[in-house]
Design a protein around this ligand. Structure first.
Ligand code: F6P
Length: 547
């Protein structure tokens, strides 16, 4: 099959046009763009899958959008969207389909990939997950000593942890409060020790979540969990009452000692960072119940359909993906801040870091040639309003241009007095202050002493998107995650990179394994390290045994 490598984005006429257009737009303040165009806010918004995206506070005008949309056409974005949804092997370096969209297709749908109806398989697993989740929730699943399960500990890392933790926190309002959920990911023993110190093994279920079932951190934690359990329950036989697995690797699950009838599978076409709606979401389903989990899947699916069917000019993920390219490549912005004004979304920025940065942190095109533009920016953030009292100073008056995604909801799940109005007032105020700033004359008009005027002046022109929805529900969460998944896809297509592999994590893993052997004295240190690392290793070996 001929390889379809998208044309280099920088060679497209729209790219060249954007370069000169950028020179015109960059000096123009948002104040001016708004004052000369009263219809701007109404025009520069789009809705889909229950989300509203207001992108009017970006440093763009209609011409910018026109050119960005031309760029998307030039990169054959529609074609690439189609190939993903068809299950073609668009993850070239691993020769795999990329089909997280199949995880949320309705049961009535069918998608035959490599001769198999993947939707049918997805629903078979979902139904098994549901039966299991109900047994835990109605307490009919018993531990080895006949006690019901009260504690659920998910052991996993990366995509096998961040999605489950984020979703548990985001949907905590909907969770069964009789159950305790813990998440162990770090190889640091402290993570396991603190997560289990107050748990009774007789009432604890471990979900070992690992696509490969070979990840060092997860397998080490899983073996520790096994020992922790057997210390009290003694009999090997008890393992099958207290361990289930989520994996694509049945052989490894079985050799760990987990009964494969207690294994929930998924497929190589689900990337780790795209897997929170697969069986990797088992802890989420136990927490919020199968009905809420299905509602979350429906939210994902609604955004998938929006992405697939909506003209690009009104397509939320496409617009966000194009704006990411606009700032990263033309304004040379290096980061994006994601600022959810909702405490339940406190882990959402951390989740997005893997989704965005493992996907688009790439240095070569699909054909292996070096990229000729910056690729994925650094994502970071904290929930509002906490960030306001921490790092917002730099966003307002520092020297870096940091595009922002604000996320907020019309209604709170915990309406306490006027808390929610104050919260939302802050979201709106920050967007406005960042965009429009405060001129020196306005500062003077407040009677501020001349010495302080420069310090109290706000340049403004700091761009932001505002993403709003009526409430944070399972469906909204699904739509929100899919929005970012597809916006990452859009930017990745423009950059011509493989957004679905992650070779960059391999080298460190291999080197860690070698050093583990050296610490244990199993392999000679020799001259394998640079002098700096060798000295640090010597220091560690000398000091690790001392009090
Ligand atoms: O090391 C990175 C990574 O491969 C991620 O892509 C993945 O989400 C994580 O490790 C965990 O992998 P697994 O689910 O196979 O344990």
């Amino acid at each position: 099959m001929a390889r379809t490598v998208p044309p280099r984005v920088t060679s497209l006429p729209a790219w060249k046009a954007l370069e000169s257009h950028h020179k015109e737009i960059a000096p123009r303040p948002l104040r001016e763009l708004f004052s000369e165009d009263p219809g701007r806010a109404k025009r520069m918004r789009a809705e889909g899958a229950g989300l509203l995206l207001d992108y009017s506070k970006n440093r763009i005008n209609d011409r910018t959008l026109e050119l960005l949309l031309e760029l998307a056409e030039g990169c054959r974005l529609s074609h690439h969207i189609r190939t993903m949804f068809e299950g073609q092997h668009i993850n070239k370096t691993e020769n795999r389909a990329v089909l997280h969209v199949a995880l949320r297709m309705p049961k009535s749908a069918s998608l035959v990939v490599d001769g198999v109806d993947v939707v049918k398989e997805v629903h078979e697993v979902l139904e098994r997950m549901e039966r299991f989740a109900r047994k835990i929730r109605d307490q009919s699943w018993k531990g080895a000593t006949g006690r019901s399960i009260k504690n659920i500990v998910n052991i996993g890392i990366g995509g096998s942890d961040l999605g489950p933790v984020m979703a548990y926190e985001a949907l905590r309002f909907f969770s069964d409060r009789r159950l305790v959920f813990r998440f162990v990911s770090n190889i640091d023993g402290t993570d396991f020790a603190e997560a289990t110190r107050d748990l009774d093994p007789e009432e604890t279920l471990f979900i070992v979540s690992s696509k490969t079932f070979t990840t060092l951190e997860t397998m080490t934690n899983a073996h520790t969990a096994r020992r922790w359990l057997l210390e009290k329950l003694k009999k090997e036989e008890s393992i099958r009452h207290h361990f289930v697995a989520v994996s694509t690797n049945a052989a490894a699950v079985s050799s760990f000692g987990i009964d494969t009838s207690n294994m929930f599978g998924f497929w190589d076409w689900v990337g780790g960072r795209y897997s929170m709606d697969s069986a990797i979401g088992l802890s989420t389903m136990i927490a919020v119940g199968p009905e809420n989990f299905r509602e979350m899947l429906a939210g994902f699916h609604a955004m998938d359909e929006h992405f697939r069917n909506t003209p690009f000019a009104r397509n939320l993920p496409v617009l966000m993906g194009l704006l990411t390219v606009w700032y990263a490549n033309f304004f040379k912005s290096q980061t994006v801040a994601v600022l959810p004004y909702d405490q339940y979304l406190k882990r959402f920025p951390a989740y997005l870091q893997q989704l965005t940065m493992e996907s688009n942190g790439k240095h070569v095109h699909l054909d292996g040639s070096p990229v000729d533009t910056a690729t994925g920016p650094i994502y970071w953030g904290e929930p509002g309003t906490n960030g306001q009292h921490s790092f917002y100073q730099l966003i307002h008056q520092g020297t870096h241009l940091i595009p922002i995604d604000f996320i907020g909801f019309a209604r709170s799940k915990n309406p306490l007095g006027d808390h929610h109005d104050i919260l939302m007032a802050n979201l709106l105020a920050q967007g406005e202050a960042l965009a429009f700033g405060k001129t020196a004359d306005e500062v003077r008009a407040d009677g501020v002493a001349e010495l302080q005027v420069p310090h109290r002046t706000f340049e403004g022109n700091r761009p932001s998107n505002t993403i709003l929805a009526p409430e944070l529900t399972p469906g909204t969460l699904g739509a929100l995650v899919a929005l970012y998944e597809h916006s990452v896809f859009t930017s990745g297509i423009l950059w011509g990179i493989d957004s679905f592999d992650q070779w960059g994590v391999e080298l460190g893993k291999v080197m860690a394994v070698r050093i583990i052997g050296e610490i244990a004295g199993k392999t000679p240190q020799g001259k394998v390290h640079d002098s700096g690392t060798a000295a640090l290793l010597d220091w560690y070996r000398e000091n690790r045994k001392k009090d």
